[in-house]
Structures are given as structure tokens and as C-alpha cells.
Design a protein around this ligand. Structure first.
Ligand SMILES: C[S@@+](CC[C@H](N)C(=O)[O-])C[C@H]1O[C@@H](n2cnc3c(N)ncnc32)[C@H](O)[C@@H]1O
Length: 201
């Protein structure tokens, strides 16, 4: 989705509002849950509002979209939500190894052309990073409306993770993303959930 450029949003402003804009490690004593490519943040803010004993982290590369998450965080007073303006390619720079309980990929860009598959957030390069970051009993959850993206990603997901559940018609929930609400009228929503394979160090 192309975002309308907000003229007043800049790096310094986001920094002042508490958004992490430099590569730095995040430390918290609470269980950590990360969403990569959070968009405007409806999913992660709804989780944070429901589960205050966890710490939620939104990683989003687009500055304008990031600001929309900040607005929700401020409105709902979600102190246990950290927002990072950053790229998934650098995700290892923000966290200590095995420090994350759950990672969510919601409606990530499907990059349908084969020559672009390496940009998918489900590409093996990324899956190996998630393995390094997740706790031993941690999980990865991937949700999309794009059937081919889902089916093609399953092959790699099942190489690196043990499947907990595959759902090819996800029911409506209290924790839906902006994209999900838009796409639901046009077809099923697919979701895969897996845990770190036991033999992985
Ligand atoms: C299709 S949108 C989905 C947004 C949201 N998850 C939802 O379901 O409504 C994909 C989002 O991922 C972000 N994104 C794409 N590549 C990214 C990357 N490498 N690192 C962080 N965010 C990324 C985009 O800026 C965009 O906001």
C-alpha cells in the first residue's frame, strides 16, 4: 500500500517521540513479542492493549507509517510498546540472541516475481535470523491473504521450524491488521504458526 507522505514527519521528530532510529539492543525483563513490517500498527497495539504484562515491539521501515503507530501508542498510553524505525535486514542488531518469545509477520509484501523472492520476510536468510532471536520455546507466526506466497513460504518455514498449526481460513479475531480488514471480503486469510526446531542451537 502506498502511503500518503506526511510532510511533518522526520527522523528527529520520531526520535523525540521515543522511536528507536539507531541500531541499538533492546532490553526488557518482560516477555518480548516482535512484529516485523507492522504497517500502521493496529495488530501490535491491540495485542499490547490486551496483554500489559508482555513487551511488544513494532519494526517498520516506512517513516510515515511508523508515525501512525506512534499516534496509537500515545492515544492508548502503551508504555510497553517499543517502536523501531528500521529494516528487517538489520533485525539482529536490535536484539540479543534467544531473547524473543514470538515473531509475527502479517501481510508482508509477497514479492511475487521469482527474482524478488529473496526480499520476502519468509526467505531462508530471514528465517535463520528469526531462529537466532527466538527463545527455545519461541514461535513464529505468518499471516497473509496471498495463497501463492503462503504455499511457497511453507516449504522454507517447515525446513527451519516445526509446524504447530496451518489454517487456510482464519477466523475473525480481536487482533486483526489494517490489511487484514481490507482483504477479508475478497477471500480466505491464511496463517501458519511454528516453533523453533528442537535440534537447532
Ligand atoms: C503490506 S504492508 C502490511 C502492513 C501490516 N502488517 C498490515 O497487515 O496491515 C507491509 C509493511 O511491511 C513494511 N516492510 C516491508 N519491508 C520491510 C522490511 N524489510 N523491514 C521492515 N518493514 C518492512 C512496509 O513498509 C509495510 O508497512
Amino acid at each position: 500500500m502506498r502511503q500518503k507522505k506526511l510532510k511533518y514527519v522526520n527522523l528527529e521528530m520520531l526520535n523525540t517521540l521515543g522511536v528507536i532510529t539507531d541500531l541499538e539492543k533492546i532490553e526488557t525483563k518482560k516477555p518480548v513479542y516482535l512484529e516485523i513490517g507492522s504497517g500502521k500498527g493496529q495488530f501490535i497495539t491491540s495485542l499490547a492493549a490486551s496483554y500489559p504484562s508482555n513487551h511488544y515491539i513494532a519494526l517498520e521501515v516506512n517513516m510515515n507509517v511508523c508515525y501512525r503507530i506512534v499516534e496509537k501508542k500515545v492515544d492508548q498510553k502503551l508504555d510497553h510498546l517499543t517502536i523501531i524505525l528500521g529494516d528487517a535486514n538489520h533485525v539482529l542488531d536490535y536484539f540479543f540472541e534467544h531473547s524473543i518469545q514470538g515473531i509475527y509477520l502479517n501481510f508482508s509484501d509477497p514479492w511475487p516475481k521469482a527474482k524478488h523472492h529473496k526480499r520476502r520476510l519468509t526467505f531462508p536468510k530471514f528465517l535463520r535470523m528469526y531462529q537466532m532471536l527466538l527463545e527455545k520455546d519461541g514461535f513464529l507466526q505468518f499471516r497473509t491473504d496471498h495463497k501463492d506466497f503462503f504455499d511457497e513460504s511453507l516449504i522454507d518455514l517447515e525446513t527451519y521450524f516445526d509446524t504447530i498449526e496451518i489454517n487456510r481460513n482464519l477466523e475473525v479475531s480481536n487482533h486483526m491488521t489494517e490489511y487484514e480488514e481490507k482483504k477479508r471480503p475478497f477471500g480466505p486469510i491464511y496463517q501458519w504458526t511454528g516453533k523453533v526446531k528442537e535440534h537447532v542451537e
